[in-house]
Ligand binder design. Structure first.
Ligand SMILES: *[C@@H]1O[C@H](CO)[C@@H](O)[C@H](O)[C@H]1NC(C)=O
Ligand SMILES: *[C@@H]1O[C@H](CO)[C@@H](O)[C@H](O)[C@H]1NC(C)=O
Length: 651
């Protein structure tokens, strides 16, 4: 008998797994099975996830051979029910992570592998009619919003559930399409393969097909709270770890590849809650965010959606007219359902007006002359580079909040450039020189990308390699933020250096895949470029997963030497500022005091669009020189460019 008092447990012979009580915050105890040799104590099964028990509860193998969980008051909360009515002679925690009740003759009467919660372990199978149900949140184990199930009709699917009313199925967002109706069981084998087999044992479909050296890793396949089914590996201590996996649960593979776009349906709010949108981060994990003007309903649970943080437009109230509202623009964003009115062959201005003058309209989506009006609650929201050209115009009350705006704030930072390139006398000349610099950059980038830089040296570039500690000290623990965005956050720092004591330190978000190589390439290219209009790159830090760039800091004082519109610090990042102004249709701010330019804003817009195409972080999006010339000459139409930095957040 085990009591939920002092966390006693039974371990498997190897010690890898344990069965017993696990405390869940202050909420109570789970009767659970967990990985017992890793610090995380990851739970892989539990008996009472929807019904936590308190101190004084106990689990026991009764004299008639049933395993029973009683709560503190002695009420039975859970028990094994073995159909044959044969009592178990003993219970055992096995090294596979399976907890079994066996008869005198060692026949399995009951096993935890047959009643999975959210996780499968190697050697475990899922038979027809069984399912994994995602937990509600990462550390809240109650039944959540997603299900992985092999139906009795032989189909293997990922479903949303009718949360919070029930865990019955809603609609599928992943399936083994080409094996309709023929699946008999799902096998997760010790090499890390998970596959669906037919009744005769032949394999029909893979779920995961990456091989793992089983002696070196712990493995599990878990349907996470975010609806993604992930195959995780954890290096065992002392095992060979040739790929330098972190001593943590590393995602080995997962389905579906982009849940933000895979979940789409009239039923329910999508991968995120109502009025929010889903974004796949650098780490390929989805997160839910609120559009400008909206805040989370429950800050502790981003999946509950967002609400307007302003008083919405009232219908039939003249005082609530169009003047009080404006738009925040989100590129590559859509709520694909919820439209109640659609127009084609109209321009964006028209689309804006149509939404402004309609009290029901919360968001207008504009794409290539097409305009959709949407009402709240918005559902199935997503931001995705695949939506290139789709612009979401979010209607918000004027002056009610301070979200990013072109004139004041930049929310991305790519290359740091002073404003003087664009802000001189002739916008045309200047846009072209900006273009020139970037075409030069992109060519350099393409060439350099072919070289693999040697470790820790950057030849013929005069750059200082800082340690992370040095930069942490210089920035006072990354305290004063100058700007933030898709690729990283820029902080103000102070170096122990007479020439350039003030620096801007750009801390890049964690990168995956090609990150290492690209980082070094970027450092090299920027390091070699010495242009009066570019802020000088002084150094970098490349330590473990940390990637930082250190630039000369352009204080207001040093900008004055270019004799520059009381420029805001944020405008230092010219590329970002220019893109923001373009996005928000405030290009006039770019060419203030240039009358020639002001008179031909169409051309300014077209040139700025071309420049933005040329500074795409994703080299494959940049046009060739011939195309650039054709666009400048007006021979081909310039299409609307995506956010230049969107690539960074998706690599
Ligand atoms: C988990 O979330 C559910 C749904 O919001 C809630 O009812 C329950 O109390 C939570 N459990 C814990 C342990 O916080
Ligand atoms: C697991 O399945 C894969 C694919 O069928 C197979 O190649 C591999 O040998 C299996 N591993 C074990 C340990 O059975």
């Amino acid at each position: 008998m085990l009591k939920a008092n002092d966390n006693p447990f039974w371990t498997s012979p190897s010690g890898d797994f344990a069965f017993g009580f696990q405390q869940v915050g202050d909420a109570g105890f789970l009767l659970a099975i967990w990985f017992n040799q890793i610090p995380e104590r990851t739970i892989v099964w539990s008996a009472n996830r929807n019904d936590l028990v308190q101190r004084g509860s106990r689990v026991q193998l009764t004299t008639d051979g049933q395993l029973i969980l009683d709560d503190q008051s002695g009420t039975q909360v859970w028990s094994t029910i073995n159909s044959g009515g044969i009592g178990a002679a003993y219970a055992a925690m096995l090294d596979t992570g399976n907890f079994v009740l066996a008869s005198q003759s060692a026949a399995n009467l009951w096993q935890s592998f047959d009643e999975p919660t959210d996780t499968m372990l190697p050697t475990q199978t899922l038979s027809q009619g069984r399912a994994l149900i995602a937990p509600y949140l990462e550390k809240n184990y109650s039944d959540g919003r997603y299900m992985f199930t092999l139906q009795i009709d032989g189909n293997l699917l990922l479903y949303t559930t009718r949360y919070p009313i029930s865990t019955s199925i809603n609609f599928a967002y992943w399936s083994t399409q080409d094996s309709l109706g023929s699946g008999d069981q799902v096998i997760f084998n010790q090499s890390g393969y998970m596959y669906l087999t037919a009744r005769n044992g032949t394999m029909i479909n893979h779920v995961f097909s990456d091989s793992v050296p089983m002696q070196d890793f712990y493995q599990r396949a878990t349907l996470d709270y975010d609806g993604v089914f992930r195959h995780y590996v954890y290096p065992k201590t002392g095992a060979s770890n040739s790929r330098n996996w972190a001593l943590a649960w590393n995602t080995f593979s997962f389905i579906p590849s982009n849940i933000c776009v895979r979940i789409e349906g009239e039923e329910g709010s999508g991968a995120c809650g109502y009025n929010s949108f889903c974004r796949l981060g650098d780490d390929q994990r989805p997160s839910c965010q609120c559009p400008p003007g909206y805040t989370f309903v429950d800050p502790n649970d981003e999946r509950k959606g967002c609400k307007q943080n302003f008083v919405s437009q009232e219908c039939g109230q003249p005082s609530q007219g169009t003047d009080g509202f404006e738009f925040e623009v989100m590129p590559n964003t859509d709520w694909p359902l919820n439209d109640y009115e659609y127009f084609s062959s109209e321009n964006e201005d028209w689309c804006r007006q149509a939404c402004l003058s309609d009290c029901y309209c919360a968001v207008a989506i504009f794409k290539n002359g097409e305009c959709w009006k949407k009402r709240i609650p918005l559902s199935n929201g997503r931001i995705d580079p695949g939506l290139g050209g789709t612009k979401a115009l979010i209607k918000v009350r004027k002056g009610n909040f301070t979200a990013g705006s072109c004139a004041k704030k930049n929310d991305r930072s790519t290359l740091i450039i002073t404003g003087s390139v664009l802000l001189g006398n002739s916008v045309f000349l200047n846009v072209i020189s900006l273009l020139g610099i970037y075409v030069f950059f992109s060519r350099m980038n393409r060439q350099k990308a072919k070289m693999i830089p040697p470790h820790n040296v950057l030849p013929d570039v005069n750059l200082v390699s800082f340690t992370y500690n040095e930069l942490e000290t210089a920035t006072g623990g990354f305290k004063e933020e100058l700007g933030s965005g898709a690729s990283g956050i820029v902080y103000k720092g102070l170096l122990d250096n007479e020439d350039t004591p003030l620096v801007a330190v750009k801390k890049l978000y964690k990168m995956v895949r090609e990150g290492e190589r690209e980082f070094r390439t970027e450092v090299k290219v920027i390091g070699r470029t010495n242009h009066k209009n570019l802020v000088q790159l002084l150094g970098f830090c490349d330590e473990g997963q940390q990637r930082l760039l250190v630039y000369e800091y352009m204080s207001n004082g040093s900008l004055k030497k270019f004799e520059l519109d009381a420029m805001e610090e944020d405008q230092i990042v010219l590329a970002d500022w220019a893109y923001d102004c373009f996005k928000e249709e405030k290009l006039d701010l770019l060419v203030l005091e240039d009358e020639e330019a002001m008179e031909d804003m169409r051309r300014v817009e077209s040139f700025v669009m071309i420049a933005i195409w040329c500074i795409q972080e994703d080299p494959s999006l940049r046009p060739g020189m011939k195309k650039v010339l054709q666009m400048l000459e007006g021979a081909v139409q310039v299409s609307i460019p995506p956010d230049p930095a969107s690539f960074i957040s998706s690599i």
